[in-house]
Design a protein around this ligand. Structure first.
Ligand code: NAP
Length: 356
């Protein structure tokens, strides 16, 4: 659910018996309180709603606020583990619940609840999207063969999960290299999911006008982020074809300034990104400190050779300074394995030194 908070809720009936529970399980999906109240139905009336976090009272997000739903359900009292660190909503539940005559106790379990919400709280201060870097690689760490072919390294189950991931983000980001090599369409093929914005970081707007992301731009929103100084003629060409174009600063090493590009996405309301780039841009994103989570599909084959690319190009990091992943989980997706985890520092502090 990142960058949203991990929240759970339990409904007790008027006699104090637990009758329903819910969790916020999908970014953009219903909040825990709404799930639990829907399950409880009439049994919530006169009862108590217990929740990890102060219920939200603001509409600046993808779902409607919880406080009106709580009032409508007729609960007599709300108990929240801790307050919401988000200034947009902090403290508002108290006033709105009091006005509706609903009892409210907040801060009854500060330590454990704040620990559960640490990533959410840290990310609030960062004006960029939560970013999941995803790649598929062979057992020997190659993302394509020496000729650049990468379809398909991973198996069907892995590719199916990628479509689920795509349907749970606001934007998919790739670099020019991936568009030129693979000509991907970058749309989730799972019914009922949202259509994320397709974003290409293309400093000089050199992607061919015949690329799938361009020719389908009128049906599927597409944004090219170029560097200041990109040719005006190319910009006009892409805009005429339905592609949005945003210009940001160039990075000192060439390419688009990654931090500026991700800040631009945040400004456009993008809160969750799936980075599906090749090794060049993925390395630049790690170096710029914009990656929060990794999802790595490891397939049981070896590609070998000197020229087959790795998931992160560039000079790399000395072992002592290597970005580390924590809370790793391994999911069995026969014949592949998915390794997931979070970058070890809090988002605001994730600033690994640039590859040499
Ligand atoms: N197995 C997998 O999961 C997977 C996923 C994706 C791609 N691939 C493979 O990776 C290969 C393509 O790799 P790639 O590294 O060329 O693709 P990439 O990382 O997606 O694209 C690199 C390009 O992005 C542009 N870019 C813009 N700003 C940048 C910045 N700040 N830093 C770095 N790049 C920036 C640059 O082009 P400009 O200078 O023109 O702006 C750069 O050449 C293909 O063979 C593809 O099949 C594999």
């Amino acid at each position: 659910v990142e960058p949203n908070p991990c929240v759970g809720a339990v409904v007790l009936d008027a006699d104090g018996r637990p009758v329903a529970s819910g969790v916020h399980s999908v970014y953009g999906g219903p909040h825990a309180e709404v799930v639990a109240l829907a399950q409880a139905g009439e049994r919530a009336r006169g009862g108590t709603l217990v929740t990890t976090l102060e219920p939200c009272a603001h509409s600046a997000k993808k779902t409607s606020p919880c406080v009106p739903a709580i009032v409508a359900a007729g609960v007599a009292r709300v108990v929240a583990g801790t307050g919401d660190p988000n200034p947009v909503t902090a403290g508002r539940a108290a006033a709105e619940l009091a006005a509706a005559g609903v009892g409210y106790d907040v801060g009854v379990l500060e330590g454990p609840c704040r620990a559960a919400l640490a990533r959410y709280a840290a990310h609030l201060a960062v004006r960029r999207p939560w970013t999941i870097a995803k790649w598929a690689m062979s057992l020997d760490g190659r993302t394509a063969d020496a000729s650049g072919a990468s379809r398909w390294i991973s198996g069907e189950a892995s590719r199916g999960l990628v479509h689920v991931l795509r349907g749970a983000v606001d934007a998919i980001v790739v670099g020019t290299g991936t568009v030129v090599a693979d000509d991907p369409s970058l749309v989730p093929r799972v019914a009922g999911t949202r259509t994320p914005l397709r974003v290409v970081l293309d400093s000089g707007l050199r992607v061919p006008a015949s690329a799938r992301v361009v020719v389908s731009a009128r049906e599927t929103p597409t944004l090219f982020v170029c560097a200041d100084g990109a040719p005006h003629g190319r910009r006009r060409l892409f805009e005429d074809l339905g592609v949005e174009v945003a210009c940001v600063a160039a990075s000192p090493g060439g390419g688009v300034d990654v931090a500026a590009a991700f800040a631009e996405l945040h400004r456009r309301g993008v809160r969750r990104v799936l980075l599906e780039a090749g090794g060049t841009l993925t390395a630049a994103c790690f170096a710029a400190g914009v990656v929060d989570q990794v999802a790595v599909f490891v397939a049981p084959l070896v590609l070998g050779g000197q020229c087959a690319p790795s998931p992160l190009r560039g000079g790399g990091w000395p072992l002592a300074q290597a970005p580390r992943i924590e809370e790793t989980r391994v999911l069995d997706l026969p014949p592949d394995a998915l390794v997931e985890g979070y970058l070890s520092a809090a988002p605001s502090a994730v600033r690994p030194s640039a590859p040499a």
